[in-house]
Design a protein around this ligand. Structure first.
Ligand code: SAM
Length: 296
């Protein structure tokens, strides 16, 4: 998650600021917003992102009728973390960029190595037909549905398995969207043609795809902040991708404590290509740069 570049800021075009609203946060206000965002999400925004942050927050000033950046800051401070305004604020300042089959090599491993290994283990009696997956910071659920596609394909007797894929995200809007199982063409760009036909239904009159029950019955979504302990689990595999890259070191450590203890002994952690979690999984076995096994 990051403050994605806002066109007006990147192109150097001055944003149109409605009369009466301040143009930019002061250094003091910036410092307070940095602290607030850090406390709530674990992300430490660079003070250099002042213009970007101002443009984003100004949209909330307009929506809420706040008189300025300090007024809105005080308003957020008074609200409970589950207030819809917090959700709207986080939506403005974070990116939910995701798509199905992102990092295809990881999904090839999951589908062609990991799942056949599980199937062989179940046939040989060395493991049960239970599979628990966590897509942490799942955004709109694309990762969770990708896991479901692979399972439906690679486990021929999938209906006999007890599969639970849990997707969680700090954003309640994101997890609500994930629960619909509806994806646009952009999110579907890497989904193989045969999977589209078998596991999705094109919605009439829209360029949208609805996941079929064979997938939706495996997945569940709920709100969860990685800075808080995880009450579900333990999981066989945790996908933790493209979220910790912008966390401050201490919040990354805290999130990783929660993630580590949610993985069952012998279970696996799949991280994003640039997650930077090496020092937090020292006791794990590194199988690939992005794949770590928790000791038994
Ligand atoms: C770029 S998306 C990554 C989605 C998916 N994991 C992927 O790699 O395609 C980052 C997600 O992290 C979520 N996020 C940010 N901070 C979080 C936190 N403290 N706890 C849980 N989720 C968080 C954001 O809401 C956003 O949906």
């Amino acid at each position: 998650m990051t403050l994605t570049d806002f066109p007006a800021a990147t192109l150097g075009v001055a944003p149109v600021v409605p009369a009466g609203l301040p143009v930019e946060v002061t250094d003091h206000e910036m410092a307070r917003y940095i602290e607030l965002i850090y406390e709530r999400t674990g992300i430490r925004i660079s003070p250099q992102k002042k213009t970007l942050l101002s443009n984003r927050v100004r949209r909330r000033l307009k929506e809420t009728g706040a008189r300025g950046f300090t007024d809105y800051y005080n308003h957020l401070r008074r609200l409970r973390p589950n207030d819809p305004e917090w959700e709207a604020f986080l939506q403005e300042i974070t990116t939910h960029e995701t798509f199905l089959f992102r990092d295809e090599g990881q999904w090839e491993w999951f589908r062609n190595e990991y799942l056949p290994g599980c199937a062989a283990g179940a046939r040989g009696g060395s493991r049960s037909r239970q599979l628990r997956i966590w897509s942490a910071a799942c955004s709109t659920g694309d990762e969770a549905f990708t896991a479901a596609c692979c399972i439906a394909d690679a486990l021929p007797d999938a209906p006999q398995w007890h599969v639970r894929i849990l997707g969680t995200d700090i954003g309640t809007g994101a997890v609500e969207q994930a629960g619909t199982g509806v994806f646009g063409e952009r999110a579907m760009k890497l989904v193989p043609e045969s999977y589209r036909r078998r596991f999705f239904r094109k919605l009439a009159g829209a360029n949208l795809w609805q996941a079929c029950p064979v997938l939706t019955r495996m997945v569940a979504f709920r709100q969860h902040n990685l800075l808080d302990p995880m009450r579900d689990g333990p999981f066989d595999v945790v996908f933790l991708k493209n979220v910790l890259i912008y966390f401050a070191p201490d919040s990354k450590r805290r999130a990783m404590e929660h993630v580590r203890s949610a993985i069952r002994p012998g279970g696996l952690l799949v991280s994003g290509p640039a997650e930077g979690i090496g020092e937090h999984v020292k006791e794990f076995t590194r199988l690939r740069p992005w794949l770590h096994r928790r000791p038994q």
